[in-house]
Design a protein around this ligand. Structure first.
Ligand SMILES: [Zn+2]
Length: 250
């Protein structure tokens, strides 16, 4: 079957001598993997258009029962060069794509996840603070996956969480301190951020940004909930941490 859609390119790697394997997210088709034949040749019709995290119009052919689609055309709509121009940006881009590769499904409409990634990239390309964008994106990805709802009240007793919460044992929900005397304490500021993003865009959050310590706490809480759900860490996160925290960093 022939398809054509506006998509976000997630991952591109070389296959054999001349070809590339491309994975993208389509709002209608979910995650799709296809082969771009001849894409490594110098004068390929795909030349320059296959960039990770770019927005593109892709035409592809997918035969029933086949794993891989066949890419027949790619038109670049929004390059992601600004994000790919330094090491930190490349690692962050890999982290965003890593989430989507893990959480998006094949043959499953992914309109909200698509819109989240699209809006996050748009903000990053416009120069928004990268940490705010990353925290916003990771919290929303967990929310869209249905594993980390907005913490408004304690799921155990219904008490409000405005004064802070506790990450319950098992690292899978925020409850009130009365319901879980042990566990990791989560500040009111972090709960506030998780409530704000329900109604605010990244740009809006960036206008009144959380304190650096709050951003660190959001990263830690989301990381624990993500790991508890996946039962492993995203490889892109490990790579980012190891590279950016390395004493040998150039
Ligand atoms: Zn409670």
């Amino acid at each position: 079957m022939l398809h054509s859609a506006e998509v976000l390119l997630l991952d591109i790697y070389d296959l054999q001598e001349n070809d590339r394997i491309v994975t993208w997210l389509s709002p209608i088709h979910g995650k799709v993997r296809g082969v771009a034949r001849g894409a490594r040749r110098k004068y390929s019709r795909f030349a320059g258009a296959l960039q990770p995290l770019a927005k593109a119009r892709v035409n592809w052919f997918h035969r029933e029962g086949r794993d891989l689609a066949r890419v027949s055309g790619v038109e670049l709509l929004r390059p992601a060069r600004r994000l790919q121009s330094d090491l930190e940006g490349i690692l962050l881009g890999g982290y965003l794509a890593g989430h989507v590769l893990e959480f998006a499904q094949e043959n499953e409409p992914s309109e909200r996840l698509y819109r989240l990634l699209d809006a996050t990239l748009e903000s990053l390309l416009a120069g928004v603070d990268r940490k705010i964008a990353a925290r916003y994106f990771e919290a929303w990805t967990l929310r869209l996956a249905g594993i980390f709802p907005t913490p408004t009240e304690c799921p155990e007793c219904g008490r409000g969480l405005a004064e802070g919460a506790v990450l319950a044992r098992g690292d899978d929900a925020l409850v009130c301190p009365a319901c879980s005397p042990s566990g990791r304490h989560v500040s009111a500021a972090t709960v506030g951020f998780l409530q704000r993003i329900r109604f605010e865009s990244i740009a809006k959050v960036a206008e009144a940004p959380p304190a650096p310590a709050t951003l660190d706490e959001i990263e830690a809480v989301c990381g624990r909930i993500r790991r508890s759900f996946l039962q492993h860490e995203l490889k892109s996160y490990r790579v980012m941490q190891e590279t950016l925290c390395s004493p040998f960093r150039i």
